[in-house]
Write a new protein. Structure first.
Length: 508
């Protein structure tokens, strides 16, 4: 940002740990806007390259006090949170949060609210829409009626590296050369590139004060989902796919089918597929009156896919659909709490000497998961992932954002990076369905003789009797799973090329 340029409107961003919010923040900064982020867990922004350039306020959109604090002195407030993938009661949560956001924005003198919602099909009664689309439409209405000029942007399928829609399209097409598909593959859709979504979001910050309305935003092409899969296959260099639509797959069955084939769990796949039951195309393009399309924009479907694939293949994915964490109580205790604030804590501790430098061992630790796997009994990990999917969990196939580097907040298969101290500690928190809280810690250490040691702890805080029963039921397998993991990580480090000292231990 040019230090001599006059700063743009001051912007509050909610959802900065999510897919769109995490990409919008650096775009706003590049456009000259001072940015403040309202997040439940500020430490999850720590490793983002732009973290030192923003102000962070801890809070939640359902908490009036923290929203009021975050709104103070802001000109524009971006509302980028929603309950995709959340459990029952999400509509009331969304409704309450939207009311709080609008009321506190008006009280703080905010000049504009910008909300990114979903594109609802024209002519379809709201009662026939999916619960998630109904909720998004209701949130838009609440914000428009808040007394603060509001821009509601309505998008259908967003194509970009790491988006849930793109990941669903990508894995369905790549993994299934022959597909028996639901009727919605024939539904007409008007997708939009994530770069255009971000451009419009940034441009909306300077919209005139008398504008208070919703806008459809979209790319230049209308395609069926079948056409999107065929064109993806051609761009990715895959053989032509055989797609056989059948009328029997309901949205629920479709979401389970997608959950089996792709990393997107059924809880997220279902609202995505439900939104495709009806035609979702733009019926106006009025946004260009306020945010004009530059030359070459909007980006077409083929170009958007090429850009996304380029990012994926270069391991340059800034955020993913799984950047947003699984909902949980922010007050849950951590394994570092003194005297263990939450009651019982079961521990499985493994330590091994390693015939390698600490830097080389750390490289193996930081590269765990995803394509590298978990260094022990692959079938056991796979079965645990399948079981998690069957009960509605995230499963084991979310993979990694980056093949070599991790940062706080990254999803890592069915774990989330809770803490990372480069060169020393990686702590993962389980997001699988469990009767309790679970962590996995991996550490590099040096003993008194200067030799490298690997230290591994699995920790479990049970909830109720079922939690205790669960721990003792799986304990007999720990020697195979966790013992084998420690042993194989030490072996992998010993076999790996030596890493130069300090290479992977940047100073924060």
């Amino acid at each position: 940002m040019n230090g001599d340029a006059e700063p743009g409107p001051r912007c509050l961003v909610t959802g900065a740990t999510g897919y769109i919010g995490g990409r919008l923040v650096p775009e706003l900064l590049a456009a000259g806007h001072p940015v403040r982020c309202l997040v439940r867990s500020p430490h999850r922004l720590r490793d983002h390259p732009w973290a030192g350039d923003v102000e962070v306020v801890r809070g939640d959109v359902t908490d009036p006090a923290s929203v009021a604090e975050a709104m103070r002195g802001m000109d524009v407030a971006y509302y980028l949170v929603h309950a995709l993938g959340a459990g029952g009661g999400f509509e009331e949560t969304d409704r309450r949060a939207a009311h709080v956001f609008g009321e506190r924005a008006r009280a703080a003198g905010v000049r504009r609210i910008v909300y990114l919602g979903g594109l609802a099909p024209a002519g379809v009664p709201e009662r026939e829409l999916s619960p998630h689309l109904r909720s998004r439409a209701e949130v838009g209405r609440i914000l428009l009626a808040s007394g603060v000029p509001t821009t509601v942007l309505r998008a259908a399928v967003i194509i970009g590296s790491g988006s849930a829609s793109f990941e669903m399209l990508r894995y369905l097409t790549e993994r299934l050369p022959v597909m028996v598909t639901p009727r919605w593959v024939r539904t007409r859709i008007q997708p939009i590139a994530v770069r255009d979504v971000l451009r419009i979001l940034v441009g909306s910050a300077r919209m005139p004060g008398d504008v208070n309305r919703a806008f459809d935003i979209c790319g230049p092409e209308i395609l069926t989902y079948r056409e999107m899969m065929m064109r993806y296959a051609a761009i990715a260099g895959l053989p032509r796919r055989l797609i056989l639509p059948v009328p029997v797959l309901t949205p629920r069955l479709s979401s389970l089918w997608i959950g089996l084939v792709t990393p997107v769990p059924p809880s997220i796949a279902r609202p995505l597929t439900e939104s495709l039951r009806h035609e979702v195309v733009c019926h106006e393009h009025d946004i260009t009156r306020f945010v004009p399309d530059p030359p070459g924009r909007p980006i077409g479907f083929d170009a958007a896919v090429r850009l996304a694939l380029h990012r994926v293949r270069d391991a340059d994915v800034a955020t993913r659909w799984s950047s947003a964490s699984v909902p949980g109580a922010p007050s849950d205790p951590l394994p570092t709490d003194p005297d263990w604030a939450g009651g019982s804590l079961y521990t499985d501790l493994r330590e091994r000497p390693v015939d390698a430098s600490p830097e080389t061992l750390w490289k193996v630790i930081e590269g765990i998961g995803g394509e590298h796997g978990w260094y022990s009994f692959p079938l056991a990990w796979a079965v645990r992932g399948w079981l998690d999917r069957l009960v509605g969990g995230v499963g084991l196939r979310r993979g990694r954002r980056d093949a070599a580097r991790l940062r706080v907040g990254d999803s890592l298969d069915f774990w989330r990076v809770e803490e990372i101290e480069p060169g020393r500690l990686l702590r993962l928190r389980a997001e699988m369905r469990l009767p309790g809280l679970a962590w996995l810690e991996m550490c590099t250490e040096t003993d008194d003789a200067g030799r490298t040691r690997y230290r591994q702890r699995a920790l479990f805080h049970p909830r109720g009797l079922l939690g205790h029963v669960y721990w003792w039921a799986v304990s007999p397998f720990h020697a195979v799973v966790f013992g084998g993991m420690a042993r194989n990580i030490a072996r992998a480090a010993a076999r790996a090329p030596a890493a130069p000292a300090g290479e992977d231990t940047p100073v924060r």
